[in-house]
Design a protein around this ligand. Structure first.
Ligand code: GLU
Length: 609
């Protein structure tokens, strides 16, 4: 065993080299979707009978007003998402996609809505390859019309509102319309994101540059920023309902504008009216597992994030004495890093749109299978993680995908005073998606989440692009139950790192019994292939010396981590919210109304178009 001094020197070398590299390169990768905000900020927290946590103060306060008027978590979610489309367009919007876990308190039922983008009918597996069959460089691919999936966000919001809303649809969209037409002061993060988009490339869409880079520069920080076109789009939705996006005049406008853009991109074969009209939000069964003495329910495929999160916790449980662990114990952190890496190897190989027959999500969580994987890690800790063969599968049916890059996502978590809970992760993929603007909306580039190479070594890759398919995701909105009742809800952006971030937060909340604020603000670590990223400048300092986290098989480097966790937790009968200070997240609450709480029942006050 090497003496500590050379080991420490070696680590410092790796760490300093890594941090220099991180500072020089643009903070854009599949694992680091959006940069974290520089400097330390206080962690926004709030507690009461109803709580809303989102990535932007304007979205949280608009959502809170809706809750105060007696709206449900679904109403507040529609409001928050519509406002985010205006004030945080770099991360989510009406032309993106997302996943919702919704706890319906009255029915005591957990619903899962899948509003993921879909590949249009004209898609071909090799659409993101060069003419010579090589994967397109990632930056180039993000701007391609072929990267834009048929958006699911509006359909998801409409569906959630139809089923769980209480206020009128028009009321829920009003704050966003007002902000888009009257204007708002652009936040520092929005302005930084515009700079980042400019660095990736924006020249391919004049509407985008006219709006976000007037005169070639980001809009002034001290003047109201308006998006009148988006206000008109939102007004059309108020008037005609969510179906306008898919089957009405708005659908026709989207198709017209996409056809116009097609002239500049000869590889794009276009969208048909059927692409929009056949879009459907899918109801899925939550993926649930008993972990950390709780029942944890999360997003099933086409997301791999939920499988990854549950596998990570399960592997960790096999390798560490969790009840006896503390945040200062290096062993727990090291095992967490290994568990993440091994879970990644499985999820990134196996998970794909279950449209062509269920993927092996349940088998990947089989206790005997997990035990076998944990034993393998114990026997050969330095071995390179590889996908396993879960029970019932005798051979590897797919090619092993090569990894690329990605980013551009937000999390909203809301509990209302009726006890309904929304945990919602929503994305346009890269910062400002494809940087194409249609009807004032940022168009996603979510189809870069498909494997660019449909075949590897003559075997089809599971997550290949096919018409009507949804690309594999890492987004994992999650709810945690104790004795059948929800006690915690969370989610985060973070691209490939999402299950890594969430596993660390849950470890802090459920095992180390940290407060919501500390659970969100404590440092992250994230396995990246054979390497390990240790968070640089975390909001709450590392609870142990970093040299204790170095292992020979996972060289560590320091890097900022752009998580955006939104968490609500029930503690002693009261809901507490905490927002990630790495972005502009804000938690707001309705002060306790315990005497009125039990009398307040949802009733139908809706008047929809
Ligand atoms: N497109 C990614 C996914 O669906 C999310 C990217 C992000 O978190 O920024 O997994």
């Amino acid at each position: 065993m090497p003496s500590p001094a050379p080991l420490l020197r070696a680590l410092l070398l790796v760490l300093s080299a890594g941090s220099l590299a991180a500072a020089a390169a643009a903070p854009i990768s599949r694992d680091d979707p959006e940069s974290s905000d520089p400097g330390r900020k206080p962690i926004s927290t709030a507690a009461g009978s109803a709580v809303v946590v989102s990535a932007n103060p304007l979205a949280s306060s608009a959502g809170l007003r809706v809750l105060k008027e007696g709206g449900t978590a679904a109403d507040a979610l529609v409001t928050a998402q519509a406002v985010l489309a205006v004030v945080e367009p770099q991360s989510s919007g009406l032309a993106g996609g997302g996943f919702l876990l919704y706890w319906d308190s009255q029915q005591q039922n957990l619903e899962v809505l899948d509003g993921r983008e879909v590949a249009p009918r004209s898609s071909r597996p090799g659409d993101l390859l060069t003419p010579t069959g090589k994967p397109l460089p990632w930056r180039e691919a993000t701007a391609r019309l072929n990267a834009i999936g048929i958006p699911g966000t509006v359909a998801l919001l409409w569906e959630a509102h139809q089923q769980f809303g209480r206020l009128s649809w028009g009321r829920t969209l009003q704050p966003a319309i007002q902000l888009a037409s009257d204007g708002f002061l652009p936040s520092p993060r929005l302005l930084r994101s515009i700079n980042l988009a400019q660095r990736i490339g924006v020249g391919h869409n004049t509407a985008f540059t006219a709006l976000y880079l007037p005169g070639g520069k980001p809009p002034p920080a001290d003047q109201a920023f308006r998006n009148p076109q988006l206000a008109r789009t939102l007004e059309a939705l108020v008037q005609h309902g969510g179906s306008d996006f898919y089957r009405g005049a708005l659908a026709r406008q989207i198709l017209r504008e996409m056809a116009r853009l097609q002239a500049g991109d000869p590889d794009f074969r276009g969208w048909s009216p059927t692409d929009l009209s056949s879009y459907a939000v899918l109801r899925r069964q939550p993926l649930c597992s008993e972990q950390l003495k709780h029942r944890i329910c999360t997003m099933p495929p086409p997301s791999s994030g939920g499988v990854g999160l549950l596998q990570t916790l399960s592997l960790l449980n096999q390798s560490t004495d969790l009840p006896g662990s503390s945040a200062a114990d290096p062993q727990t952190w090291r095992q967490l890093a290994r568990a993440q890496a091994w879970a990644d190897a499985d999820r990134l190989y196996w998970v794909h749109d279950p449209i062509d027959g269920g993927g092996p999500a349940a088998a990947l969580l089989d206790p005997a299978y997990i035990k076998g994987r944990a034993d393998m890690i114990k026997a050969k800790p330095a071995a390179e993680p590889a996908p396993g063969l879960p029970p019932g599968i005798g051979r590897y049916p797919y090619g092993r995908p090569n990894q690329g890059r990605e980013q551009g996502t937000t999390q909203v978590t809301i509990v209302d005073r009726f006890g309904n809970i929304a945990s919602y992760t929503s994305s346009v993929e890269t910062v400002f998606g494809s940087r194409h603007l249609v009807a004032g909306m940022v168009m996603n580039n979510q189809l870069t989440d498909f494997a660019f190479e449909p075949q590897v070594d003559d075997q089809a890759v599971a997550n290949r692009r096919l018409p009507g398919r949804r690309p594999m995701s890492s987004m994992a909105p999650t709810l945690v139950f104790k004795q059948g009742q929800p006690v915690l809800a969370l989610g985060s952006p973070g691209g490939r790192s999402i299950p890594h971030l969430l596993s660390r937060v849950l470890l802090a909340s459920l095992v180390w019994n940290e407060s919501p604020q500390r659970s969100v603000g404590m440092p992250h670590l994230s396995s990246r292939g054979q390497g390990l990223v240790l968070e640089q400048d975390p909001p709450i300092p590392w609870p142990l010396p970093l040299d204790q986290l170095q292992t020979s098989d996972q060289p560590a480097r320091l890097q900022r981590v752009g998580s955006g966790t939104a968490l609500v937790q029930r503690i002693n009968g009261r809901w507490h919210g905490a927002a990630d200070p790495r972005r502009e997240g804000t938690a707001l609450a309705i002060a306790d109304l315990s005497s009125r709480h039990s009398r307040c029942q949802p009733q139908d006050l809706k008047s929809d178009p």
